[in-house]
Design a binder for this molecule. Structure first.
Ligand code: IMP
Length: 181
């Protein structure tokens, strides 16, 4: 691996570790939806697009993908918990089996907002999947498929960004605190 970018403190998860876990999550979903006619994976932009691309190509059951986008933290690593819908689904999800695919759950505000919003549209079932969850107190929203727990630091790579930088790194790394403080 080439030298770490000076903004980065350390690699937390390697490409191999992430790929192995993505495959395990795909197997779990295949098992749980073996009897379903199809599943709709809803990726939350922008952070989840790389995870969704890998997960969907790994998944050996009929499925489609769609996207939503909600307001995020902006360019700073702080949030007031307010969530706003920026881009909605292209098709209704009534009577469909739906899985929300998130990159990371921090306070849980985003996932809770998405869960409550989509539940109102009466899907046949609604589950949540997040590749990462930060180890700290978060809103009481269930994560049915969870990849990894991470320390409460700012992480980048594999879809996760800081002010739109470092998003396409193939691994997950901790951002130096000096960069965002
Ligand atoms: P929550 O609403 O507090 O759970 O925040 C979730 C959203 O915040 C994620 O979808 C990410 O866009 C962003 N986020 C939270 N922590 C990180 C991080 O460490 N790196 C990059 N994005 C993060």
């Amino acid at each position: 691996m080439s030298a770490l970018h000076p903004d980065l403190k350390r690699v937390i998860l390697s490409t191999e570790e992430i790929q192995t876990r993505v495959k395990e999550i795909a197997r779990q979903i295949e098992h749980d939806y073996a009897d379903a006619e199809r599943v709709i994976l809803i990726g939350i932009l922008k952070g989840a697009f790389i995870f969704l691309a890998d997960l969907s190509r790994e998944l050996n059951i009929p499925h489609t993908v769609d996207f939503m986008s909600v307001s995020s933290y902006g360019d700073a690593a702080v949030s007031n918990g307010a969530v706003r819908l920026i881009l909605d689904l292209r098709k209704p999800i009534k009577n469909e089996h739906v899985i929300i695919v998130e990159d990371i759950v921090d306070t849980g505000s985003t996932l809770q907002y998405l869960y409550n919003t989509l539940k109102l549209r009466k899907p046949a079932s609604l589950r949540t999947c997040s590749l990462f969850q930060k180890k700290r107190e978060s809103k009481d929203v269930p994560i049915d498929y969870k990849g990894f727990e991470l320390p409460d630091v700012w992480v980048v790579g594999y879809g996760l960004d800081y002010a739109d930088t470092h998003r396409t790194l193939p691994y997950v790394a901790e951002l130096r605190a000096e960069v965002y403080e």
